[in-house]
Design a protein around this ligand. Structure first.
Ligand code: UD1
Ligand code: CA
Length: 461
């Protein structure tokens, strides 16, 4: 069985952030989230996350995850000390292979974890670390080997001499351990180093010296080992993650003609033939169908979008937009909305918590909140559902085929019957029966020669 310990206790001083480093976000999701996803999809069933700095924030975040226990490290005395904090968990799993990895390395993926596992098991290793050849060795652990290439130990950058600093093979911070050997190695590590910390990395030399098998799985894609210790590195991770995700979608037939500002979350699904235009952010549990156009300047979160949909300059959250709907430009569709097939929503329209029936048109400057709208309704320009009376929200119901005249206020709760009309400029406070025309405004009066009379008055004639 496979299980994992994720290290998430460090403060991340160089981030200059209020929250713990692992909660710093890549594509709007904490780095820790990516690590958990990779570990789970690699088949690790039980997880222990070591928390420390602002542990409450991390614990709160983990509430939605299953099979995760936490161990609180206080004070934080290094990565080795962090793993010791998870001793109870490791004792429970000492007959298993235990994966340990840094919570600040969101690019580590299930494929690399599993390849390292296969290598670990095949060679009967007590420890297998993941490494890669990198150009920028600042701050990393250098993998020291003898002249035959046999592993010796890991030297942290701060402890390394000039020769060692030239070693480009870098420790990823991802390791497979045989449970019992891990417990043994942890009991031997000391804080005799430049940072006076208990280094997990010392386990390598300890196990080698006690005659155990040790190996390094060198990954081809050196990007997977990158972590973030400061905002610059965090931005670099965003760039890499963005590129990887965009490329995945392009392989699936999604057209991204210019990736400027295109940020797509890890879990988003997009159908073939869909085009994503610049400055578009699509995140959360979002599914977009085929042959849609999203953007430019889109924001889509936790939403389901059908096929053939246009979202031009649209902000869409926690809602559903069905096939062939056409929305935008400059539209906001807020939580709880359902835009049904073939609906047309034009410029400067806001929809909130409303169901808009098939084929309905809402072409400009309209607010529809808390409403149930039938099929083929036509909203004139400037319609407002007046859904809030200062205390509570009320719903409007609009029947199939209704025609809402321009600048109508619908004072909720109110119901407009099927095929009914409201006259432009009406403020509707009472239900309108099906097929009726409701006029709720004052009749126009024209005052003959009013201007001429006014001028005469003013000149004192
Ligand atoms: C660590 C490795 C280094 C490796 C690098 C890869 C050690 C000593 N060094 O260095 O060899 O190249 O990762 O990114 O392990 N943490 C705790 N408690 C602590 C200290 C850290 O939980 O007391 C957590 C942090 O939250 C972080 C992870 O452990 O998620 C790594 O800590 P960090 O301080 O970033 O280690 P590096 O200096 O990057
Ligand atoms: Ca780090």
């Amino acid at each position: 069985m496979k299980c994992a310990v994720i290290l998430a206790g460090g403060k991340g001083t160089r981030m200059k952030s209020e929250s713990p480093k692992v909660m710093c976000e890549v594509l709007f999701e904490p780095m820790l989230g990516y690590v958990i996803r990779a570990v789970k999809s690699a088949g690790c069933e039980n997880l222990c996350v070591v928390t420390g700095y602002r542990h409450d924030t991390v614990e709160e975040y983990l509430k939605s995850e299953s099979n995760i226990e936490t161990a609180y490290q206080n004070p934080q005395l290094g990565t080795g000390h962090a793993v010791m904090t998870a001793r109870n968990f490791i004792e429970k799993h000492k007959k298993d292979e235990i994966l340990i990895l840094n919570g600040d390395g969101p690019l580590m993926d299930a494929e690399t974890i599993n390849k390292a596992y296969d290598y670990h098991v095949k060679n009967g290793n007590s420890i297998t670390l993941v490494s890669a050849i990198v150009d920028d060795t600042e701050g990393i652990g250098h993998i020291k080997r003898d002249e035959n290439g046999t592993l010796l130990r890991i030297v942290e950058h701060k402890d390394a001499n000039e020769e060692e600093k030239k070693i480009r093979e870098s420790n990823a911070g991802t390791y497979w351990f045989r449970g019992e050997d891990l417990l043994f190695a942890l009991s031997k590590i000391t804080n005799n180093n430049a940072q006076h910390e208990y280094y997990l990395t010392d386990c390598l030399a300890i196990l080698i010296e006690s005659g155990k098998n040790a190996g390094a799985y060198v990954c081809e894609d050196s990007e997977v080992i990158l972590g973030a210790n400061d905002r610059k590195q965090l931005s670099d991770l965003n760039t890499i993650m963005r590129r990887k995700i965009n490329e995945k979608h392009m392989k699936n037939g999604v057209d991204i003609p210019c990736a400027d500002g295109v940020m797509i979350g890890m879990d988003v699904e997009i159908g073939a033939g869909t085009t994503i235009l610049p400055n578009t952010i699509i995140i959360g549990n979002t599914v977009i169908g085929e042959n849609c156009t999203v953007g430019p300047n889109g924001f889509v979160k936790n939403s389901v979008v059908g096929s053939g949909v246009t979202l031009d300059n649209v902000k869409l959250t926690d809602s559903t937009v069905e096939d062939n709907a056409d929305c935008g430009p400059f539209v906001q569709i807020r939580a709880g909305s359902r835009i049904r097939k073939g609906v047309h929503i034009g410029d400067f329209v806001e929809i909130k918590n409303s169901d808009i029936g098939e084929g309905t048109k809402c072409a400009h400057l309209t607010y529809i909140g808390d409403s149930d709208v039938g099929r083929n309704v036509n909203f004139g320009c400037g319609t407002v559902t007046v859904n809030y009376d200062g205390k509570s929200k009320h719903r409007c119901k609009i029947g199939d085929g209704a025609f809402i005249g321009c600048n109508t206020n619908l004072i909720a709760p109110v119901e407009i019957g099927e095929n009914a009309f409201t006259a432009a400029g009406s403020t509707i406070t009472e239900d309108v029966p099906a097929n009726a025309l409701s006029i709720a405004r004052q009749r126009q009066t024209n005052k003959k020669d009013w201007v001429l009379k006014k001028e005469r008055r003013e000149s004192g004639d």
